[in-house]
Design a protein around this ligand. Structure first.
Ligand code: CTP
Length: 403
């Protein structure tokens, strides 16, 4: 059971922290809530106490015999501040110790996650951006706010991400235990996910069953390791991972454009998407009708660009690590790994994550099992486990090549 400190600052999104608290307690984490005085203007102490099963304090002089201003931080496995206001980010960045939360942040030696929420102007202000940069430089994970409706009628960047996704990111951080938390800090990585669709007519398309879950697990894991993540998502219905920039696309051509433009100068690009290899030569503007004589239409296809090969042969940055995926079966021409080695060379990538699909495809499953082949000839088997676990092994391999 991990000990989590949930810091809550004084913003309207404090009500969403109640949901986050529930996720932690329902999954048997021991949670101490440390609200700021301003947070209690939005959600009162009884709510935090009822949901966490513990009394809460905001000032260092409460329950003084327990020396809470030192103990709470020292004992924590994770501190997450959600929402983190501009004021709390500033106090944390400057090392102030004027309430229980800021004291806790100074005594904590565990991973610290800030989930900022504020108006766009406050988020974009150079003072806030400097404070965020300072906190990130010191090893904290500061999640990029989501875009959308803010308090009042305005919209923009500054929303607290979905509490479920903040929880998922915190779990990724906790699962890594003592490993260096932010080994991808300062890195920009691009991940593609999902399956593209090629339009036949206004109602039909050619597509595939890719769920996008492995790509989303990769994006979430990278964000939890401090990376700046762009996720190009082809027809995925999963919620946006916290702090990740999601670019929705439909077709392989759109996926190519979005990946190539996001990847300029990036540190790593992981092609976990399943792009359609072919598209109809023409898309009918009207619905293709059945013929009375029972005949079926012929659809002429042309090949789509191979995005991974393009990235492998024309690197988008001087030191970009390029990672591909391959689902293979063995046949008379060679084993799964023979085909995969040939594909790695053909596509010119640094790493190829190989799934043996001889027993059936792995689309939509919770678990994954793979071998990671590297251009330097090494191979790393990853036993059956969660898609998140495989994602972390992939990022381990990428991080080694970046350093
Ligand atoms: N990929 C790509 N662009 C395409 C097709 C695939 O970038 N048009 C990427 C996938 O995202 C994945 C890898 O290439 O990372 C897998 O390719 P795969 O479909 O296995 O390779 P192909 O070259 O199409 O080989 P095969 O003939 O075995 O299908």
């Amino acid at each position: 059971m991990s000990r989590v400190v949930l810091g809550v600052a004084g913003g309207i999104a404090a009500y969403k922290a109640c949901e986050l608290l529930r996720r932690f307690t329902e999954s048997r984490h021991d949670v101490t809530v440390v609200p700021t005085a301003a947070a209690l203007e939005f959600v009162g102490a009884p709510t935090w106490e009822a949901l966490s099963g513990k009394s809460v304090a905001t000032e260092v002089f409460e329950n003084i015999t327990e020396v809470p201003h030192v103990r709470i931080g020292q004992e924590a496995d994770l501190v997450v501040v959600a929402p983190a206001t501009a004021n709390t980010l500033a106090r944390a960045a400057h090392g102030l110790a004027d309430d229980l939360l800021t004291n806790t942040l100074l005594t904590a030696r565990c991973p610290v996650v800030f989930a900022p929420a504020m108006h766009t102007e406050m988020w974009e202000h150079p003072a806030t951006q400097d404070n965020v940069a300072t906190l990130r430089r010191r090893g904290a994970i500061v999640i990029e706010p989501a875009e959308g409706r803010l308090t009042g009628k305005d919209t923009g960047k500054g929303r607290l991400p979905d509490p479920d996704e903040i929880f998922a990111l915190c779990c990724e951080v906790l699962v890594r235990g003592g490993a260096p938390t932010t080994d991808l800090a300062g890195r920009h990585v691009v991940v593609s996910a999902g399956g593209t669709r090629e339009r036949l007519d206004p109602v039909r398309f050619l597509g595939n069953h890719s769920s996008g879950r492995q790509g989303y697990a990769l994006a979430r894991a990278a964000a939890a390791r401090g990376a700046d993540v762009t996720l190009v998502a082809a027809n995925v219905t999963l919620p946006d991972p916290a702090g990740v920039k999601v670019v929705p696309v439909v077709t392989t051509a759109e996926l190519r454009d979005a990946v190539l433009s996001a990847a300029v100068g990036c540190d790593a690009v992981v092609m976990a998407a399943a792009p359609a290899d072919f598209r109809p030569v023409a898309t009918s503007a009207t619905k293709i009708k059945k013929a009375d004589d029972g005949s079926a239409p012929s659809i002429e296809l042309e090949q789509n660009p191979d995005i991974l090969k393009e990235l492998g042969t024309h690197r988008p940055g001087p030191a970009t690590v390029v990672v591909g995926f391959a689902a293979e079966t063995g046949d008379a021409g060679g084993s799964v790994l023979d085909h995969a080695r040939a594909k790695l060379a053909r596509k010119g990538c640094d790493l190829l994550v190989v799934n043996d699909v001889s027993g059936g495809a792995v689309f939509g499953e919770d678990d994954n099992e793979a071998v990671i082949l590297a251009a330097d000839g090494t191979s790393t088997p990853v036993p059956r486990g969660s898609k998140s676990a495989l994602a972390h092994v992939i990022w381990d391999q990428v991080a080694t090549r970046l350093s």
